[in-house]
Design a protein around this ligand. Structure first.
Ligand code: ADP
Ligand code: MG
Length: 335
């Protein structure tokens, strides 16, 4: 009855929680690669075609074979949005994280995202688009965010924090090679490397914000937030929050973008202590599963919001007090 198509690995925890809360709800999950850990708790698993041309026929077959009513599309958002009408004409509700292609493109570009949020008077990290190494050098010389701040960069289109670097004139040239976790690179070394590159990928230049950082997981239906929970990152621990300025900001952001499904908004605190937006990910975050210890079930609320099903959880459920969690890496047997 509920179909999860190819998605990120946190789909495993989402499906596990849904099956615990709604044991009789039939869950099918599909993926184009062998991902037994994702499918472990599903009732049935199917191999998705790698070729997008075969995807519609495949979906038609799965929908009719299992009587699917709701599809949560994990990846290939643009393809699903392009085929939304035809998929929904098969009698299913399609959830991709967004309501249209335009909003997906905006969420995909940190520059367009920052511009749109600013237009709507929402606080967002100050962002300058950099399209060449020479421009980066010139901007760093002119210090657009002031002299006393640390400058940092990330790709305009990025994921998993890859390509995020703090630029410092004062650190040893080789530090980035032996202390990668610090995400700190000598400015001249970075500029030199970028100048050697023939395929410069556009960057966002920003002031470094000290934090703390919040990752707000939320269930949203066509821009209307059903529930949002923030995870506050404190070193290797995370704690939870269900109200506050970061959550208000995430709710406003999701509304502007007409987010739809399980999505994630990230904020960081500016020097005055107020949160500013970093990005929206129109998909479940990698850390969504950590909430299973919080007393609030976003996967449960997702199912109840989109399927006509007897409620197992309530959007007015509250966080358990004083919970801190720490992520662990686990191994499972794969045959
Ligand atoms: N301006 C900033 N100040 C401090 N840290 C930042 C800033 N921008 C990004 N980061 C750090 O880099 C990480 C990745 O940035 P983010 O905008 O979430 O992009 P993505 O997750 O898509 O790579 C964030 O989680 C945050 O820790
Ligand atoms: Mg991020």
């Amino acid at each position: 009855m509920l179909l999860f198509t190819e998605g990120l690995s946190s789909q495993r925890e989402i499906i596990a929680e849904i099956k615990t809360l709604f044991p009789s709800l039939f869950v099918v999950s599909t993926h184009s690669q062998e991902r037994p850990e994702i499918h472990e708790f599903s009732d049935s698993t199917e191999a998705e075609p790698k070729n997008a041309d075969l995807r519609l026929t495949f979906l038609r077959d799965i929908i009719s074979r299992y009587g699917i009513k709701l599809i949560h599309a994990g990846k290939h958002t643009l393809w699903y949005e392009a085929h939304r009408d035809i998929i929904e004409s098969l009698g299913v509700t399609l959830v991709t994280g967004v309501s249209d292609v335009e909003m997906f493109d905006i969420a995909d570009s940190k520059i367009r995202f920052a511009q749109l949020m600013k237009q709507h008077q929402l606080p967002v990290v100050p962002s300058i688009e950099i399209t060449s190494a020479d421009q980066l050098e010139a901007e760093l010389k002119s210090r657009p965010f002031g002299n006393d701040v640390l400058y940092c960069v990330k790709p305009v289109k990025g994921i998993y924090g890859m390509g995020f670097w703090k630029l410092s004139d004062d650190i040893p040239a080789a530090r980035c090679f032996y202390d990668t976790d610090s995400r700190m690179v000598n400015t001249d070394v970075f500029l030199h490397a970028m100048k050697q590159s023939n395929d410069f990928k556009p960057l966002v230049l920003m002031p470094y914000l000290d934090g703390p950082e919040r990752s707000v997981d939320m269930v949203v239906k066509q821009g209307v937030t059903i529930k949002a929970v923030a995870r506050i990152k404190n070193g290797s621990y995370q704690s939870f929050e269900e109200s506050g300025p970061a959550i208000d900001l995430a709710i406003a952001c999701a509304s502007i973008l007409k987010a739809d499904g399980i999505v994630n908004v990230q904020t960081r605190n500016a020097p005055d202590g107020s949160p500013v937006l970093l990005e929206i990910n129109p998909r479940p975050s990698g850390g969504i599963g950590y909430l299973s210890h919080s007393g609030i079930s976003l996967p449960g609320l997702f199912v109840q919001t989109y399927l006509d099903i007897k409620p197992a959880v309530s959007a007015t459920d509250h966080l358990l007090p004083n919970i801190r969690v720490r992520p662990l890496t686990q191994a499972i047997i794969v045959q």
